[in-house]
Every structure is written in structure tokens, then in C-alpha cells.
Design a protein around this ligand. Structure first.
Ligand SMILES: *Cc1c(COP(=O)(O)O)cnc(C)c1O
Length: 468
């Protein structure tokens, strides 16, 4: 008879423990704490049966209490933890794409904690529309006749196809049948929307005749998809927006462009990439366009739809509108972000995405030097300033490499990947990138006040390994 099971603490013993009482004192209900205590004991019992844990009284106690504490902590700590982005990738999909400005975050806080005029016209006292809050601003910014916001750009693409091309044909160039981030394929979304995909041209070339010849009585739309995350170079040609607009007009079909990245600022003018600016795209004549709110635009997750009033009105009245509508917090963040574009060009600080894309190399270098100075005193580390090139990310501007600066860190006892792992597990988590056996912190995406936090994180690891 194996008696190691005797060492499993009773639920009563856990309830009397200081760990349990600590959570009780934080106001957590005993009902849930007891449930987690039971879970912890049961899991360790199973480990004992499978012989995957130590069998001494001390080891069993430690295992049970560790399990209990880590489970109970999940009832308090936010699962969405702050991460310091040392990757240099400004729109990092895994790290949540765009960061909001403080002003946008304050507007979200206010909208979230108060009642608002979300659907009330304060002038007339009558029912208002949630769409109005951002529509006027988007129209002023882009010159669009009308605008509408939905949950994200994938939803916008689906909604537009479903509303205007269900059971009809949609013509797309083979060079634009893209996949973005592994989970968004134009062809799959089209299938889900019950629009019939008509592929024309070849991967590298599509001509006006290809489009023209594909038009039938069943054609509802010609769709142009922005090649957000790749480029086709060499022997290529595609049909210009102006030609697509005139073909669509002549045949009475809709010309829709999925702009994806959504630049509302002319980065090209500053030598950065070649992203078409939404306002200019509209001038070339698409009936409707859509893009993401949290890519180059720098706002919250949203899908921004711009275009002809007659079409946007049909979307607003569509039964599916209700399933795609955004909430008040998104509208609050989005309107603050749109307003950042009306500021003087040098007030980018109200749009962290623009701010970081436009930040001068010399300014990034200063931050990197400050981080270097912080880290120089830490024992067991070798640090040096490095010049870097970093992509913008989020599947945008694939050809752009921004010049950047950062700090390369080597630890006396830890290999780069182990150091990266320790930093990732810290509080706050710090994410860098590994390059030639060094851990690199790219300072383009680090905030000024985060240099001290990185120092603390590195110091904690350093102490732990100095002692060992
Ligand atoms: C990113 C992207 C999408 C999807 O947008 P989400 O905002 O991620 O939903 C759709 N089309 C293109 C061309 C994109 O680049």
C-alpha cells in the first residue's frame, strides 16, 4: 500500500492556509477558491498515480499550493498583460497591432464608464445613429461621400461582398487573390459570402481586356485587393484604378477596393514605402473601399468603409449591419484617432503608430543610448549599441525597412534564447529579437519610460543567475 497519498493536504487545511486567506482578503468568493483547491489536490493526486511528481510530504505540499496559487491568481490578474515591445515591429500582430494614444484611451475610459449619446441625438432628443459619430470625421478627412465602421476589415470585406454580390459574380485578378496572416483568404471569404469568384489574368499580369471579357449579366462587382504583405516585381502589369472605375461605370457594376493596410497619411512623401493614401484612392474612382482601423491608421480594431452614399446607405439598412456594428468603446477610440489626423503634422504624438513610423533615426538612437547607459552597470552583461533595420509589420509595407537603433545584450551565463525566455516570463514581459547569438532590444518600439522597466527586468534575471 502506497501511502504517499496521505500527504495530500485536506481541503480544510488549504482553507486555513495563509495563501487561501490572502485571496479571501482580496474579496474573492470562498466558493471559487474551494473549487480551485479541490482541482489542485485532484491534479496532484493524478500526478502521484502517474509518478510525475515527487513523493515526499514537502514536495507534495509545494506542488498543491503552487497549483492552487497560480489558479487563484488568474481570478485577479488581467490575462491581457502589458508587454514591452523590443522587436522593432511597430504593428506586431501577436502584440496587438496599433497602440492607442493616451487621449484615445481616455475617451474609451469615459465612454466605458459613463452613459453616452451613442444612439441619441442630443439636439432633437430623438433616436440617433451610432454611425454619425465617426462618419462626419471620416468624410472630412477623406472627401468620401459616406463612411461606415464595422468590427474589422475582414468583416467589411465579407459584408460588402454579401450585401452587393450574393449569388452574383465578382471579378478578381489572380495576382490579388491574397492570404493575409494565414487566416484571411480573399477566396475563402468570398465563398462564405456566396459571391462567385471569377479569376482573371495571371499571377503577374492582368490586362483591361481580361476584366472586360469576364463581365456577364451575372457580374455584380470588380474587386481590387491591396497586396498588403507581398510584392510582385519583374514582368508585371495590372489594371489601374482609373481603368477599373471606367469599366465598372460603363457596365453598371460596383468597383470595390479592399485597401487592407489603410494609410491615411502620405508616408511616401517622406520616402517611406509606396502606400496609396485612402483620400487619393477615392479620387481614382472606386465606388467603395475598406481598410483596417488598427494597421497604418493607428486606431482600435475596426473596419473602415468609405465610398458612395447610395452604397453605404444600403449597408446601413442591411439586416447584417447589426452583427458587424462596433461598440461605444471602439467609436470613442476611433474618433480620437481620426481627430489626430487633423492636427498639425508635427503632432504625431496623438497617433503612436504614425509617431513611431515617422520617428527620426537620431531620436531612436538617443533612446537606445539611454537604454545602453541603464544596462551598462548590470553585472554579468555585455551590452552594445547596434544599428538595425526593422519592418513596420502587421502585413503592411512589405518593402520598407526603417533604420533603427537598439541594444544587443549578452549574458555571461545565459544563451540568447534563454535570456529571451526569461525576459518574456518577467513582469512586465519584454520581447526582443535574437540576432547572431545576441538578444536585441530594438528601441523604435520602446517607450521612453520603458527603459527603466527593461533595466529592472534584466536586473531581476541577473540577480537570480548571480546567486545560482
Ligand atoms: C489586413 C487585411 C485584411 C483583414 O483586416 P483585419 O483588420 O485584420 O480584419 C483584409 N484585407 C487586406 C488586403 C488586408 O491587408
Amino acid at each position: 500500500m502506497d501511502n504517499k497519498f496521505r500527504y495530500l493536504p485536506s481541503i480544510k487545511a488549504i482553507q486555513d492556509s495563509s495563501q487561501y486567506r490572502l485571496f479571501l482578503s482580496r474579496g474573492i468568493s470562498g466558493k471559487y477558491l474551494t473549487m480551485l483547491a479541490r482541482e489542485a489536490v485532484n491534479e496532484v493526486r493524478e500526478q502521484l498515480m502517474k509518478r510525475t511528481t515527487g513523493t515526499s510530504e514537502k514536495e507534495i505540499y509545494r506542488e498543491v499550493y503552487q497549483k492552487f496559487t497560480s489558479k487563484a491568481s488568474l481570478l485577479i490578474k488581467t490575462p491581457l498583460r502589458k508587454v514591452i515591445n523590443g522587436t522593432g515591429v511597430i504593428l506586431h500582430t501577436n502584440l496587438g497591432r496599433a497602440r492607442l494614444s493616451e487621449r484615445a484611451a481616455e475617451e474609451v475610459f469615459s465612454a466605458a464608464t459613463n452613459y453616452t449619446n451613442l444612439e441619441l441625438d442630443l439636439k432633437t432628443g430623438e433616436r440617433g445613429s451610432r454611425h454619425d459619430h465617426t462618419e462626419w470625421l471620416l468624410r472630412k478627412l477623406t472627401g468620401a461621400e459616406a463612411a461606415l465602421v464595422v468590427n474589422n476589415n475582414a468583416a467589411a470585406v465579407y459584408f460588402i461582398l454579401r450585401a452587393f454580390a450574393k449569388n452574383k459574380e465578382v471579378i478578381v485578378s489572380r495576382g490579388e487573390l491574397v492570404e493575409i496572416g494565414g487566416s484571411f483568404r480573399v477566396s475563402s471569404i468570398m465563398e462564405e459570402s456566396d459571391a462567385k469568384l471569377v479569376e482573371v489574368g495571371t499571377t503577374n499580369k492582368t490586362h483591361t481586356e481580361d476584366i472586360e471579357q469576364a463581365i456577364t449579366n451575372d457580374t455584380a462587382m470588380v474587386l481590387k485587393v491591396h497586396r498588403s504583405n507581398f510584392n510582385i516585381t519583374g514582368f508585371t502589369s495590372s489594371v489601374s484604378r482609373k481603368s477599373l472605375a471606367s469599366i465598372a461605370k460603363r457596365h453598371g457594376i460596383i468597383f470595390y477596393e479592399d485597401l487592407g493596410s489603410g494609410a491615411f497619411f502620405d508616408f511616401h512623401q517622406y520616402g517611406i514605402g509606396n502606400e496609396p493614401v485612402a483620400a487619393n484612392v477615392l479620387k481614382d474612382g472606386p465606388d467603395i473601399i475598406s481598410c483596417s482601423g488598427d494597421k497604418l491608421f493607428g486606431g482600435p480594431q475596426a473596419g473602415i468603409i468609405l465610398g458612395k452614399k447610395a452604397l453605404i446607405d444600403r449597408l446601413k439598412k442591411h439586416q447584417l449591419m447589426r452583427t458587424f456594428r462596433v461598440d461605444k468603446m471602439t467609436l470613442a477610440a476611433l474618433s480620437a484617432t481620426i481627430q489626430s489626423y487633423f492636427l498639425d503634422e508635427h503632432s504625431y504624438d496623438q497617433n503612436p503608430t504614425l509617431n513611431r513610423i515617422m520617428e527620426k533615426r537620431s531620436s531612436v538612437k538617443k533612446r537606445a543610448q539611454r537604454l545602453l547607459e541603464h544596462l551598462e552597470g548590470v553585472s554579468g552583461l555585455t551590452v552594445r549599441l547596434v544599428s538595425l533595420r526593422s519592418p513596420i509589420g502587421g502585413g503592411t509595407m512589405p518593402d520598407v525597412d526603417l533604420e533603427s537603433y537598439g541594444v544587443a545584450i549578452k549574458h555571461r551565463k545565459l544563451a540568447a534564447h534563454s535570456l529571451a525566455c526569461e525576459l518574456r516570463k518577467g513582469e512586465p514581459a519584454v520581447i526582443g529579437r535574437i540576432q547572431d547569438e545576441d538578444l536585441i532590444i530594438d528601441c523604435r518600439t520602446v517607450a521612453d519610460n520603458e527603459c527603466v522597466e527593461i533595466l529592472n527586468a534584466v536586473q531581476n534575471i541577473s540577480y537570480a543567475y548571480d546567486e545560482s
